[in-house]
Design a protein around this ligand. Structure first.
Ligand SMILES: [Zn+2]
Length: 254
């Protein structure tokens, strides 16, 4: 039970949840709002049949999953953007062909152009090529997920207008080098389980506590900042009205 009427739920802007998750399992997330990524077009099709009030399902083609790249079809992908305001997980990854990954991501960015969507982008081991692509195809809804680029690349990403979804496995010096008004929380559950200790999607308290220390504030104010950041990002991309109503309301109240 909430102690304060204005208490905001935990926000997790990048996690993986099976599309056949049950109501009981969603209940175990304790009210957390989760942006749930998909890895393949088939998983996307399954996920987008759902109607959940605390989950936002992504349309994804994970760069480290060769079958996902192979199954990607631009026309089918464009259709999914009528059903969801979230693209993810997509991006570039050190494993596999850069050329193949870049071809798919280019088509994704072209489909996203001028659409009311936000994108959760993976860049592990290929931060430079990813930023090059985003420079030639900018989008106002970019969220760089678990971004570990160099200081110069961070600066480039900030100047492109990108947001950063960060988790408890990111070192302090990286966390404090990112502007607070561009941060969103994530767990990347279950990929990050070992590194962050998260036991389920939505466990962002340890991250909020660390950021509170780094910025000399309280975890409650960090959570509010996250929701305010989500409001700013979803307002400028015209995504706010496409979110499930309770999520839009929390963003507006934050
Ligand atoms: Zn992920």
């Amino acid at each position: 039970m909430s102690l304060f009427p204005d208490e905001l739920p935990a926000l997790d802007c990048h996690a993986h949840i099976a599309p056949d998750v049950t109501d009981h399992q969603i209940g175990a997330l304790k009210g957390a709002v989760v942006f749930a990524m998909t890895r393949t077009p088939a998983e996307t099709t399954h996920a987008l049949r759902r109607q959940d009030t605390t989950l936002v399902w992504g349309s994804g083609a994970h760069p480290a999953v060769p079958a996902a790249l192979k199954a990607f079809q631009p026309r089918q992908f464009a259709t999914t953007l009528k059903q969801t305001c979230l693209i993810g997980e997509v991006g570039l990854d050190r494993r596999g062909s850069l050329q193949a990954q870049r071809a798919v991501l280019t088509q994704i960015l072209d489909a996203a152009r001028d659409e009311p969507v936000i994108l959760s982008l993976h860049s592990s081991g290929r931060t430079g090529p990813l930023l090059d692509l985003l420079t030639s195809r900018p989008h106002p809804g970019i969220i760089l997920h678990w971004f570990l680029g160099s200081a110069a690349e961070r600066k480039q990403a900030v100047s492109l207008g990108a947001y950063f979804s960060v988790n408890a496995a990111i070192p302090d010096d990286t966390l404090s080098a990112l502007p607070l008004h561009r941060l969103l929380p994530e767990t990347d559950f279950p990929a990050s389980r070992r590194a962050t200790g998260a036991t389920r999607p939505g466990v962002v308290d340890p991250l909020e506590q660390r950021l509170a220390q780094l910025h000399d504030t309280t975890p409650q104010l960090i959570r509010r900042r996250f929701w305010q950041n989500l409001r700013e990002l979803t307002t400028r991309t015209q995504v706010l009205d496409r979110l499930p109503e309770p999520i839009a309301d929390w963003a507006l109240e934050a």
